[in-house]
Design a protein around this ligand. Sequence first.
Ligand code: ADP
Ligand code: MG
Length: 293
Amino acid sequence: MKEGIEKAKILSESLPYIREFYNKTVVIKYGGHAMVDEGLKKSFALDIILMKYIGINPVVVHGGGPQINLFLEKMNIKPSYIQGLRVTDGETMDVVEMVLVGKVNKEIVGLINHCGGKAVGLSGRDGNLIKARKLQIQKSESANSPPELIDLGRVGEVSQVNPEILTTIDTKDFIPVIAPVGVDDEGRSLNINADAVAAAIAGHLQATKLILLTDVEGVLDKEGRLIPSIKSAEVETYIKEGIVAGGMIPKIKCCQAALAAGVAKTHIIDGRTEHAVLLEMFTHRGVGTEIVQ
Ligand code: ADP
Ligand code: MG
């Protein structure tokens, strides 16, 4: 009986959060360990399904870096990264699209459906959801040399989001699961960082939250301690000082961009924790690092 009352109390405590997020959109970037470990996969799927059934609108965008690398390895193609972004030649792009859209996306959709939800898989090509252009990045500047452009190949950035397909899916209460592949003006695929896709979609849908799952506790300081809260204006300093590096750079910049586009709150959380999404959504303290205006 006592245990029952405890459970009822926990449920009751989540009421203010359910009320706050009712009818609102939450974009979640799913990736890393949470996408590999069987227990974590299931707990993620259940979190998303629960959100949907209590009237919140989850939109899932997934990564798939390790899964892509596994296939590249099988094909004897060596992955390489510059500033946390994958260098993608034509051959690599074929593998990226096959793995992300054909395998990873369908696995996530299958998992959510198997756990009792209603999910539909999309890539940026479907309904022209994600229009993209080739990403131009500059070599980290040195004092007096002119900035040099780096060619990352078939790597894109979002140029336009056409959310019509998402609206259509939403009318029938399906959960969209999106692979981070965009289409350029010539109709060719571009590989886009999944954090960036999640941020662009969150901005377009005016989501109330953007949640990025990763394999670390959140943003860590020089001593490796979790930074619970970062202001958008502080992001550049963290990067300049080298506290934030590698794959955390696009992640934190995406949060900043999403905030600028009108998303209320963004979070980088530890996907290695069971029910990380529910903990973030429905507990007072939240988990990981929040990046706020
Ligand atoms: P994901 O697959 O979730 O996108 P990434 O590897 O792209 O993960 O980015 C997260 C990585 O960024 C961490 O595993 C860590 O190695 C690196 N990183 C760099 N600076 C930081 C920092 N200050 N706090 C946490 N992680 C950081
Ligand atoms: Mg990454």
